[in-house]
Design a binder for this molecule. Structure first.
Ligand code: SAM
Length: 434
């Protein structure tokens, strides 16, 4: 009997669903002709059919040795290693393959899965990101690549990347309804309750399974419960890291940012010519407000969540000290500050009570806290707007200042900036430590 006959018999058995008999025929085929690549691959396939992935990988390896140039056999072997739980072996194979053919999309998909399996999430995200750029059909396999990317990005604290990947594909209707739930989780991680609820509504409207929505709902509800305190720091950091290069140009040029000049104007009347202040600039960004108050300062320190904004501030060479961190960390030290600034930063926070309390602890006696907020006229203390910035009521400023023991002067109505061509209404406030 020839190896080709054994191979045909094997295929017949496999078609009938008799994998064991098929394997016996394929073994005969390689017994007759150890150089028969098709028989080794068939042996690998029946082993994989029955979940014996390690054995499958070894059979595919024989095919690879016989035809080393075949990327298909190498991918089959790598996929089998992955399924067998040996992602290290899979990744090594796939890296070799991609070294020869960087545009092998299938190999890149497998490598992304292998990195993910190994917990090397940065490498996995890099592969998925490359795939999103390369793959002409990101919706195939029920959107497996964009969904895997989004889940990983949310897990790694970059929900904005997940949103950027999912939203255009959802708009083009390339993804299954379940992607709306992933988007909802990403918006929940950002802390945007409105967008989160919108995404859940779209999930139901697109015929999503209510049971899956209920399961995801708990996770979303838990995140939303925290969202009122402000936008997630990871989101704010990612937003401003991306924005840093354009920030000064956009804010001053396009958005007519007025806050630095308005703050200095309000402070000058209260400072009686003092130019020896120790100043802490909360959410200092690139240093636009810092530059305006520098002439009043003996010491100027800044803190900001975004490392890229801090880099820009450093280039300005006006700060004595700069730190990357949450503004509450900047308030944690001794009570040494004569002036604490919050120029257009409180819009990323909901409840301002903890900030006023931290400021009250960090101000020297008689020190001033000067800042701006966007204006809310509703009865609520604060509210997240469409622009994903919070607005605050005067009542809330008064309540937060009183709770902290700071004396708040009547806030002044201002236009801190424009948004989409329209002036934004805001309040400028100055509060004093006793
Ligand atoms: C609109 S910019 C204003 C920058 C600067 N104050 C100015 O007037 O040009 C807001 C800045 O606040 C920072 N920020 C937002 N939330 C923060 C927080 N909780 N702690 C520290 N920085 C924060 C952002 O990273 C961003 O650089």
């Amino acid at each position: 009997m020839a190896d080709s006959t054994a191979l045909v018999e094997g295929h017949r058995c496999r078609e009938r669903g008799d994998g064991r008999a098929a394997a016996i025929w394929y073994q005969r085929a390689v017994g007759f002709a150890p150089g028969n690549v098709e028989a080794w691959v068939a042996l690998g396939d029946v082993a994989a059919d029955s979940g014996r992935n390690r054995l499958a990988a070894l059979h595919y390896r024989r095919a690879v040795r016989l035809e080393p140039a075949s990327s298909l056999w190498r991918r089959l072997q790598a996929a089998a290693w992955c399924r067998a739980g040996d992602a290290v072996a899979a990744a090594a194979l796939l890296q070799g393959l991609l070294g020869e053919r960087p545009d092998d999309i299938e190999a890149l998909r497998l490598l992304a899965d292998a990195w993910r399996q190994m917990g090397r999430n940065t490498e996995a995200l890099g592969c998925y990101r490359e795939l999103l750029g390369l793959d002409p059909d990101p919706g195939r396999d029920a959107g497996a690549v964009p969904l895997a990317f989004a889940e990983l990005a949310i897990g790694e604290g970059d929900p904005l990347a997940a949103i950027e990947a999912l939203e255009p594909l959802l708009a083009r209707r390339c993804l299954p309804a379940t992607a709306w739930l992933t988007l909802a989780r990403a918006w929940a991680a950002v802390g945007d309750t409105i967008k989160t609820r919108d995404a859940v509504t779209r999930y139901h409207r697109d015929g999503g399974d209510p049971a899956a929505a209920a399961a995801a709902g708990d996770a979303i509800a838990a995140v939303l419960a925290k969202a009122d305190s402000g936008l997630a720091p990871a989101y704010v950091r990612a937003l401003f890291d991306r924005y840093a290069d354009r920030f000064d140009h956009d804010l001053v040029g396009t958005l007519h940012y007025q806050v630095p000049a308005l703050l200095v104007g309000a402070l000058t009347t209260r400072l009686d010519g003092r130019r020896d202040l120790r100043v802490l600039d909360l959410g200092c960004g690139t240093g636009l407000a810092g530059a305006a108050v520098r002439p009043l300062a003996r010491v100027l320190s800044g803190i900001d969540l975004s490392p890229r904004m801090i880099d820009k501030a450093r280039q300005r060479a006006i700060y004595d000290a700069l730190a990357v961190g949450d503004l509450q960390e900047g308030l944690a030290g001794a009570a040494i500050w004569d002036l604490i600034l919050a120029a257009d930063v409180l819009v990323y926070l909901g409840d301002l009570t903890p900030v006023f309390a931290g400021v009250a602890r960090a101000l020297a006696p008689g020190g001033l806290f000067a800042g701006t907020v966007e204006r809310l006229d509703a009865a609520a203390g604060w509210q997240l707007g469409e622009s994903r910035r919070f607005a605050h009521s005067v009542a809330h400023l008064r309540q937060a200042a009183a709770a902290a023991g700071l004396d708040l002067a009547d806030p002044a109505p201002i236009v801190p900036r424009h948004d989409r061509g329209q002036p934004v209404s805001g309040w400028l406030f100055v509060a004093a430590a006793r």
